[in-house]
Design a protein around this ligand. Structure first.
Ligand SMILES: CC(C)(COP(=O)(O)OP(=O)(O)OC[C@H]1O[C@@H](n2cnc3c(N)ncnc32)[C@H](O)[C@@H]1OP(=O)(O)O)[C@@H](O)C(=O)NCCC(=O)NCCS
Length: 184
């Protein structure tokens, strides 16, 4: 069971943010925010027409996250609206159960307000207290300067660069950067 105590904090713009574990009732909001970010087609791997999350799929995902002590799904809420999420999961394979990866996104209208920082800080605090988790990994597009800045701020280190791994709609390429942080 992955749980954290809910965290209430005041953001740079003075709005109040609640960070908590995702619950079953959040399924529809999570589908919506993930699809909205996918529609920007700048940061996420999938094109919008490749986004197949349904509320049912999200429900199963939330349930799986809630009942696995090596997975964590956080949501960030401002006045009852989900404006951000962070998911951490291990592959469920014995030899790599000490390693998990991050998937996160913040709604466009509230970026650069400290929400990503709070979510990542919460995840790292949880991971440090989970004696199975040793390494947090992620992949980020090489042109996503904001995300790379955030990860470096938390001590993530670049461990590889997948050259031309991403081909954009206009035929140009960008690299996918692999980053990691040891937590235990
Ligand atoms: C990347 C993302 C998760 C960060 O969340 P956020 O709430 O915007 O992040 P924060 O406000 O906590 O921090 C952003 C930091 O980036 C900095 N930043 C903003 N634009 C930047 C840029 N172009 N280059 C470098 N740094 C930048 C901000 O100044 C801030 O730094 P600071 O905390 O040292 O002042 C969020 O912007 C997002 O969801 N983006 C789209 C989806 C995405 O990229 N997901 C991650 C895929 S790997």
């Amino acid at each position: 069971m992955s749980k954290i105590n809910p965290i209430v904090t005041v953001l740079r713009d003075k709005s109040e943010l609640l960070v908590r574990v995702a619950e079953i009732e959040d399924a529809a909001s999570l589908v919506n925010i993930k699809f909205d970010i996918t529609k920007e087609h700048i940061y996420m791997l999938r094109e919008p027409y490749e986004f197949h999350n349904t509320i049912d799929i999200e429900l199963k995902r939330i349930n799986d996250m809630l009942h696995n002590r090596n997975k964590l799904q956080l949501v960030a809420e401002i006045t009852n609206e989900i404006v951000g999420f962070l998911e951490f999961e291990t592959k469920g394979i014995k030899k790599s159960e000490h390693v998990g990866s991050i998937y996160m996104g913040i709604a466009e209208h509230v970026r650069d307000n400290g929400i990503g920082t709070i979510l990542l800080n919460t995840l790292i605090g949880w991971a440090v207290n989970n004696n199975s988790i040793e390494k947090i990994t992620l992949q980020v597009f090489s042109n996503n300067e904001r995300a790379i800045h955030l990860y470096k701020k938390f001590g993530f280190i670049m461990e590889g660069r997948l050259k031309n791994d991403i081909k954009l709609r206009d035929g140009s390429y960008i690299d996918n950067i692999c980053m990691y942080k040891f937590v235990n």
